[in-house]
Design a binder for this molecule. Structure first.
Ligand code: NDP
Length: 330
């Protein structure tokens, strides 16, 4: 069983009297920086000169360029998009890494695939929130925690786990309801990509296919869209799954619904589906997906942009737009 760490297992002491440099003041960066500072820690922000820079200044942080922040920080939280991190690392951070420094990631991707290769004399740790950036801050303000996956790739100081748990505590993971689960850069990357490539991606295509079938059957686009996702019921079911469990949450539905879920829902799940899942795992493990995505970026995102265009040109988007305007969402 994976080790599960709670508040009693962590101390902020190791971070006291240290300078924590949060690189990137976006989704995760802003929330983590604010939570760390509210926990009494010394945080500076490194960012490119853009609106996020201005926001960090107006939030009261000392903001410097990324290179200067890396130079001045003992503990560096790399919270910029994974696609740009290798170059920023190479140009602005690596030259300032020295023995005793700690490099913290919120995603295992770049280390797993070797796109970032930190020197052996620094600690390399993972604190990957299972929570969007906004949630990291909102929950903290409600005195509530969230789960993080944690791991240590390099323990040069012999204290890398203490740093990992201290960062987890500092960003608010150990408040009531939260925890840190022992994982690794590799495992975090595997589960993260696998979720995106399997149920999460398939769910969007599935909902779109359901829309097509319902509309072909004469259901109005408005009713179909509300039924499938716009009502917010899908989100409520997601919350119920998290709260009560995958199947246990079914008891919140009517008996007719429970029976329908358990019988007809299963028809779509075939042996082929598991084979597809296994090949998705293989493509993640052997780096095929990562190489394809790197190449796509190198070529200037032609498929990515074409896919976006295709998705947004589906009738569901046009109908959704009309409905969301009526509902005051756009
Ligand atoms: P964001 O997309 O919010 O970007 C973070 C910051 O990086 C922004 O201030 C952005 O500036 C800046 N940035 C963008 N391009 C560059 C560049 N070329 N050079 C320097 N800075 C740049 O990132 P996230 O917070 O979403 O992700 C950060 C890390 O957290 C990633 O490793 C991600 O995988 C991980 N993570 C994210 C989660 C999420 O909910 N988003 C959940 C868990 C982990 P600008 O605003 O100008 O673009």
């Amino acid at each position: 069983m994976a080790r599960i760490f709670m508040d009693k297992d962590a101390s902020l002491d190791i971070l006291k009297n240290k300078t924590i440099g949060v690189i990137g003041y976006g989704n995760q960066g802003r929330s983590q920086a604010l939570n760390l500072r509210d926990n009494g820690l010394n945080v500076i922000v490194g960012n490119i000169k853009d609106s996020a820079w201005d926001l960090a200044i107006s939030d009261g942080f000392t903001v410097k360029d990324i290179s200067e922040t890396a130079k001045e920080s003992d503990v560096i939280l790399l919270l910029i998009p994974d696609e740009v991190a290798p170059k920023v690392m190479e140009d602005d951070i690596l030259p300032h890494l020295s023995k005793g420094k700690v490099l913290d990631f919120a995603s295992g991707y770049n280390i797993t695939y070797g796109f970032i290769k930190p020197p052996k004399y620094v600690d390399v740790v993972l604190v990957a929130p299972r929570m969007i950036g906004k949630g990291v801050r909102d929950l903290f303000l409600q005195n509530r925690g969230f789960p993080v996956l944690v791991g240590v790739e390099q323990d040069a100081s012999g204290k890398a786990w203490d740093y990992t748990l201290a960062i987890s505590k500092g960003i608010g993971a150990f408040l009531p309801g939260g925890c840190a689960v022992e994982s690794s850069f590799y495992e975090e990357t595997l589960v993260d990509l696998f979720s995106e490539h399997s149920w999460a991606g398939a769910m969007l295509y599935l909902l779109q296919a359901c829309y097509e079938v319902l509309v072909e059957e004469g259901v109005s686009p408005e009713v179909a869209i509300l039924e499938l996702y716009a009502s917010g019921e899908l989100g409520e079911i997601g919350h119920a799954i998290a709260q009560y469990g995958l199947w246990n949450q079914l008891s919140l539905h009517s008996r007719t619904s429970q029976y329908g879920h358990m019988t007809w829902g299963k028809r779509y799940i075939t042996e082929d589906m598991k084979k597809l899942m296994k090949s998705a795992i293989e493509e993640i493990k052997d780096g095929r997906f990562a190489r394809e995505w790197s190449l796509e970026q190198l070529l200037g995102l032609p498929s990515f942009n074409r896919l976006w265009k295709t998705m947004l040109s589906h009738p569901i988007c046009k109908e959704e737009d009309k409905l969301y305007k009526v509902l005051g969402r756009r």
